[in-house]
Structures are given as C-alpha cells and as structure tokens.
Write a protein of this length. Structure first.
Length: 163
C-alpha cells in the first residue's frame, strides 16, 4: 500500500485488469474494447492467447458491483495517424438484453460539419460541451473546455461543432 491507496473522498483509481483480481468497485470502466486493443493484435493468431484475453474480460466485468461501462471508439489515433477500429468481439458475446448503447460522438441530425477550424473558434462537444479551439493539427483539435475539471482535450475535429 502507498499513501495514494489511503486517500479520502471521491477518487478515480486506474489499474490493470490483472491488479483488480479479487477486488470490487461500485463503478468500473473498461476502455479500449476494440479489435487490436482488447483483444490485442497478437491474440488473434493464437487461440490460447485469445482465451486468456477472454478470461481477462470476464475478470474486468466481474469487478463491477453496480455499474459497468465498456467503451470503444470508431477510430483511434496512433502515432498521429487516425485508423478505423471495430468493436471487440467480446462485446458481441455479451447478452443483448443487458446492454445499453450510448453514442457520445454524435450530435444528431442538426450537426454542422466543421471544415475550417481555427484557433479561437467556439465549439461544443456532446460529452464536454462548450469550449474554445486553441490549436489544430490536421484532423485533431486541441480544445479548452469551459466546464471546470475538463480542461484541455485533443479531439477528432468530427466530434465538435461550431457554436
């Protein structure tokens, strides 16, 4: 144990799935549920490795006492290159009646395409809401959001709309 393990109040703890064995939490977030991430790319070639990854998903799911969030993205930026991703095969194996899907990247039918983003542009995002563009690099915008605690975020420019 360290001093950070003894913190008081509401805190977020990040850990690997391996480190979570035997523990339970009211809220559990498992991110990166995409093919190539979870399960990893190397697992696709080895059935034993795939079964180990499936077991790890089971461990992650069973850590949640009350609320479980499994998330995936439609594209991921790695080394400044955006690549399309597919949801993890493990998500398809879960009972459909226990799943609620949320699309946090869509703003509905009235979405305005952001073709020209420049520093100083006021934008909004469905998850973080209003903010101001600070920098733009290709398809990525660095946005300072107004909401306290959100701060600066890098977002795919398709996930924001001009206000």
């Amino acid at each position: 144990m360290t001093d950070t393990d003894k913190s008081d109040g509401d805190v977020v703890r990040l850990m690997t799935i391996h480190a979570s064995k035997g523990l339970e939490f009211e809220y559990v977030f498992v991110i990166g549920c995409e093919e190539g991430t979870f399960p990893g790319m190397n697992s696709a070639l080895d059935l034993d490795e795939m079964e180990e990854e499936r077991r790890l998903m089971y461990v992650a799911i069973t850590r949640a006492k009350d609320h479980l969030f499994l998330s995936h993205v439609n594209s991921r930026m790695i080394w400044w290159k955006t690549t399309a991703t597919a949801p993890s095969r493990f998500l398809e194996e879960l009972p459909k009646d226990l799943i609620k899907n949320y699309d946090l990247g869509s703003t509905g039918g009235n979405r305005r395409r952001v073709s020209e983003l420049e520093p100083g542009t006021r934008v909004k995002n469905k998850l973080f809401w209003p903010g101001i563009v600070k920098e733009v690099w290709g398809d990525v915008a660095l946005v300072l959001f107004d909401k306290r605690g959100i701060g600066m975020r890098k977002l795919d420019r398709r996930l924001v709309e001009k206000m």
